[in-house]
Design a protein around this ligand. Structure first.
Ligand SMILES: Nc1ncnc2c1ncn2[C@@H]1O[C@H](COP(=O)(O)OP(=O)(O)OP(=O)(O)O)[C@@H](O)[C@H]1O
Ligand SMILES: [Mg+2]
Length: 223
């Protein structure tokens, strides 16, 4: 199993207020190459869950295993988490998170700039990926010079940079018109050279329907 989520609980504690339990025992298995949609109301905890799946945030209780290796428990878990995240996981964030002062190629290269990954020539791979997502002609542009859909395509290329096995995507089509959204999904599911699993948070029924499974996050549980 590529991703195993075991009884994940997440509480936020704000001093002087009652703790909010956002996730109340979430379990999920995602197989190699499988596409899972997660839907749910605003504030249901979807972004919180994705951040935990990718090791960007830690659960109050429970565990996440990537390729059988735990992200949060055991000796050296911080380093292991770094390594697994860099080597196996690509992120597409709710609001792109491109670096405004870096051009398109540099943004896509970014995940390959840590010591944890091995991509032959990051610049050449970044250019090839941008070519694939249809932005070969915009390599030297800054994010601010691109439309929303174009920025989302840059974010997709960046997520694929280190040849991940799993993409975590938070509303990858949220800010796009229907046609552009469909194009992004098509790219997401087809642009990679190897089978790619995906957990995608979405409000779009069309996007959810393109996945193998669709789950709803409500009252802290996945159903
Ligand atoms: N750092 C934090 N401290 C306290 N509460 C938080 C924090 N981050 C998120 N929350 C709360 O956790 C709940 C879930 O937030 P989350 O961002 O995961 O929702 P979401 O399902 O992604 O919503 P949306 O569809 O609007 O993006 C919300 O009620 C939010 O206020
Ligand atoms: Mg969210």
């Amino acid at each position: 199993m590529l991703l195993e989520v075991r009884d994940v609980v997440k509480e936020y504690r704000i001093p002087g207020q009652r703790a909010i339990r956002v996730l109340d025992g979430v379990s999920l298995d995602v197989a190699e190459g499988e596409h899972v949609a997660i839907v749910g109301r605003s504030g249901a905890g979807k972004t919180t869950l994705l951040n935990i799946l990718g090791g960007l945030d830690s659960p109050t209780a429970g565990e996440v295993l990537v390729g059988g290796e735990p992200l949060f428990s055991g000796k050296g878990s911080a380093r292991r988490r770094e390594r697994l995240r860099a080597a196996k996981i690509g992120f597409i964030f709710q609001s792109y998170h491109l670096m405004p002062e870096l051009d398109v190629v540099e943004n896509v290269m970014l995940p390959a700039m840590t010591g944890e990954t091995h991509v032959g020539s990051p610049r050449e791979r970044a250019k090839a990926l941008l070519e694939k997502v249809g932005l070969g002609g915009r390599l030297g542009h800054l994010p601010a010079e691109l439309s929303g859909g174009e920025q989302q395509r840059v974010a997709l290329a960046r997520a694929l940079m280190c040849r991940p096995q799993l993409i975590l995507a938070d509303e990858p089509t949220g800010n796009l018109d229907a046609l552009t959204g469909t194009e992004i999904l098509k790219l997401l599911f087809e642009v990679n050279d190897a089978p790619l699993a995906c957990v995608m948070v979405t409000h779009s029924a069309e996007a959810a329907a393109r996945c193998d499974r669709s789950l709803t996050l409500e009252r802290g549980h996945l159903v």
